[in-house]
Write a protein that binds this ligand. Structure first.
Ligand code: URA
Length: 213
């Protein structure tokens, strides 16, 4: 993992980059797109959770008692921005099955490209939890900014934002609105087009994941 710029972390591991390239290919089927996203999310989770707090618990090996280090999964909350966040969420839950899950329903108004909230459900006691927000594409940044704004109202201990792909515009907008929230991404693409799509990108992540187009 390398630091692309201030608080932006590029997950440039060859396995991640390889899988992302396969996903970008327009010939990838819905099935393989979803499978790759799942695998990629597990690999990203490995990098993103490097610094999660650990606790010691007493266990017994077949030979003796010992104090062993474990993650307190329940303190970690994955917040999925619907609907495309679901793909990353599933992969991350494979490797951190004890994590709690929150959902934020936001859709992009196709004319204004602004985020409109239609659903918000979080676990209780958010002030005790570390939050990892997941959404495959950080494009205009409007959904990410709105999601983080809402989450900050609940005063979690920390917030990280994870995406597959972003672009300079998305990074700049998010940085300006939430400079305290680190961004983890597998790529920073060239640009955003007039319709709010990332170029070269991978198309509409939700449609490709669910086969809705
Ligand atoms: N959302 C997507 O699914 N794709 C983009 O390129 C931008 C936003």
């Amino acid at each position: 993992m390398t630091q692309a710029n201030d608080n932006v972390h590029l997950i440039d591991h060859p396995l991640v980059q390889h899988k992302l390239s396969l996903m970008r290919n327009k010939e990838a089927s819905t099935n393989s797109f979803r499978r790759l996203l799942n695998e990629l999310s597990m690999l990203m989770a490995y990098e993103i959770t490097r610094d999660v707090p650990m606790q010691e618990v007493e266990i017994e090996t077949p030979l003796e008692k010992m104090k062993a280090r474990v993650i307190d999964g329940k303190k970690l909350v994955f917040v999925s921005i619907l609907r495309a966040g679901t793909g990353i969420l599933d992969g991350m839950l494979n490797v951190v099955p004890g994590a709690r899950v929150g959902h934020i329903g936001l859709y992009r108004d196709p004319k204004t490209l602004t985020a409109v909230e239609y659903y918000f459900k979080m676990p209780q006691n958010m002030e005790e939890r570390d939050v990892i927000v997941v959404d495959p594409m950080l494009a205009t940044g409007n959904s990410a900014i709105a999601a983080v704004e809402r989450l900050k109202e609940l005063h979690p201990k920390s917030i990280k934002f994870v995406c597959l792909l972003t672009c300079p515009e998305g990074v700049a907008t998010m940085r300006k609105a939430h400079p305290d929230v680190p961004i983890y991404t597998a790529a920073i693409d060239r640009e955003l087009n007039d319709h709010g799509y990332i170029l070269p990108g991978l198309g509409d992540a939700g449609d490709r994941m669910f086969g809705t187009k």
